[in-house]
Design a protein around this ligand. Structure first.
Ligand code: SF4
Length: 469
């Protein structure tokens, strides 16, 4: 695509995965603390159009197989640009960098994870300079509203330390601006299909009270993006008829999901983790997972280290949800969604949240109803499901009342008629359960509202090897 760039550039490289063994270097990612990408809109006279700056070691100075800190600063100017478009410009970094052959960009904002493949490095992609040129050209050609743009790559740790708080502050003020508007106040939602290169049936539905899964696009960003680039990955979704106010089902959202997922997703409920939850792509900031033993929902974010309360790490839980699927009881989402009044509103909202990593709890503390703050466990309160159960009971968490209701014996049915399998002409279920957890091969498989039929039921006492000896 560009003769002076040593590797190919084009949409065909979107979705390209670079495995650890094939990577030359990693920038950001789970092992690196200092990482961010930020877009700023500046006055025209403050931008040197096309200027690429590298502060700190360049790619050629980095050791093969190493992981390094990185900040990317995109500063843009244009007579029609304003700060309301910074989030839109920033999110395009993800798409444009993924056009580069052998270059993988994941996630967003303070959580970027980039890998450069060995083959592309050997072809000559050994500096941020050509990468900056690609970004510059794509920004100018794809978003003509940008008249001038300069790009800075920062790998120097002292400079990153200085700039990181500025980036975090910019994200927070953008998010704060988007709070306040309600889903009921608008007749248009926005959709984003940028992640379809990794998750083909995924469509983010962005409403005033539901941020995008990646946490990088608010309803205002969606509106701005769709208006400046109507053929781009972000599009308007007429809300349509309200089908179910509690679950958050809208006819326009169902139609858009059906169309954009090529029929794979037929129905989306925006305010619940169950039955028809929003699809999960792969670059969600956090993922919610159901814990059947306590009938509650837990949250884990991308940078949480080690096993969560159910024994599984973020990566395994994320794999169970990702790929553009709707998985009952799993929900990839942004941290900002936890600050919304619609946060799993149909499931009980914060009344149903039982476990959240301490770091996330601190970030959203002001949005947890005050009477629940001490009742939501963190890794310091519970490391196993048994410990969690004891904690919730001791704190009288609202889910405890649900256990009592579930455990109450069912009232005997009056004049029950005995029906044999032969008489009914069908088999009766041998097990029926609201939720039935099965452990197999290190995974927990949850069957919701399960009815299990069997020709024969064999009950065996399982002896472990010690007993056999
Ligand atoms: S997570 Fe959603 S909003 Fe963010 S880039 Fe992917 S599809 Fe777009």
């Amino acid at each position: 695509m560009f003769k002076d760039i040593p590797v190919d550039v084009g949409v065909i490289y979107e979705g390209e995965r670079i495995r650890r063994n094939d990577m030359q270097i990693e920038l950001g990612g789970p092992t690196v603390k200092q990482k961010f990408e930020l877009a700023k809109v500046k006055p025209m006279d403050q931008i040197d159009d096309g200027k690429i700056t590298i502060i700190g070691p360049d790619i050629k100075d980095m050791k093969e197989g190493g992981a390094y800190p990185l900040g990317i600063l995109v500063e843009a100017a244009g007579s029609k640009l304003d700060q309301g478009l910074e989030g839109v410009i920033e999110r395009r970094i993800h798409g444009y960098l993924n056009y580069i052959e052998g270059f993988m960009h994941l996630n967003q904002r303070y959580d970027i994870w980039i890998r450069l493949g060995k083959k592309s490095f050997q072809k000559g992609l050994n500096s941020f300079e050509p990468i900056g040129k690609v970004l510059y050209r794509l920004f100018k050609s794809e978003l003509p509203i940008i008249e001038k743009v300069q790009i800075t790559f920062i790998t120097d740790t002292a400079k990153l330390d200085e700039m990181y708080p500025e980036a975090i502050q910019a994200y927070e003020s953008r998010d704060a601006k988007a709070r306040g508007l309600k889903d009921e106040d608008v007749d248009t939602f926005y959709g984003c299909a940028l992640c379809q290169s990794f998750a083909p049936s995924h469509v983010c539905v962005i409403t005033p009270q539901r941020y995008s899964n990646c946490g990088a696009i608010s309803w205002f960003d969606g509106k701005a993006s769709a208006s400046i680039d109507p053929k781009g990955p972000v599009f308007a979704i007429p809300r349509g008829q309200m089908i179910n106010a509690e679950k958050g089902e809208f006819s326009g959202v169902n139609e858009a999901a059906k169309k954009r997922s090529m029929g794979e997703v037929q129905q989306v409920w925006l305010y619940t983790a169950f039955d028809h939850p929003h699809t999960s792509c792969g670059c969600f900031e956090a993922v919610t997972f159901y814990i059947p033993e306590v009938d509650g929902l837990a949250v884990v974010h991308r940078s949480f280290k080690g096993p969560t309360v159910n024994g599984l790490p973020f990566s395994t839980i994320a794999d169970s949800a990702a790929g553009g699927r709707q998985i009952d009881g799993f929900h990839g989402m942004s941290i900002e969604y936890m600050r919304s009044k619609k946060f799993f509103a149909a499931d009980g909202g914060w009344n149903r949240i039982v476990w959240v990593p301490k770091e996330v709890k601190e970030r959203v503390k002001d949005f947890i109803p005050p009477e629940l703050v001490d009742k939501v466990a963190t890794e310091e309160d519970a490391k196993t499901v048994d410990e969690l159960k004891a904690f919730l009971k001791a704190k009288n968490h609202p889910v405890v009342a649900r256990w009592a209701a579930e455990e109450a014996p069912a009232a005997p049915e009056a004049q029950a008629v005995q029906v044999t399998e032969e008489a009914a002409g069908t088999m009766m279920p041998v097990a029926t359960a609201g939720t039935l957890p099965i452990m197999a091969g290190g995974f927990r498989i949850i069957l919701k509202d399960a009815k299990i039929y069997a020709n024969k039921v064999i009950i065996q006492i399982v002896k472990d090897d010690k007993d056999k000896r």
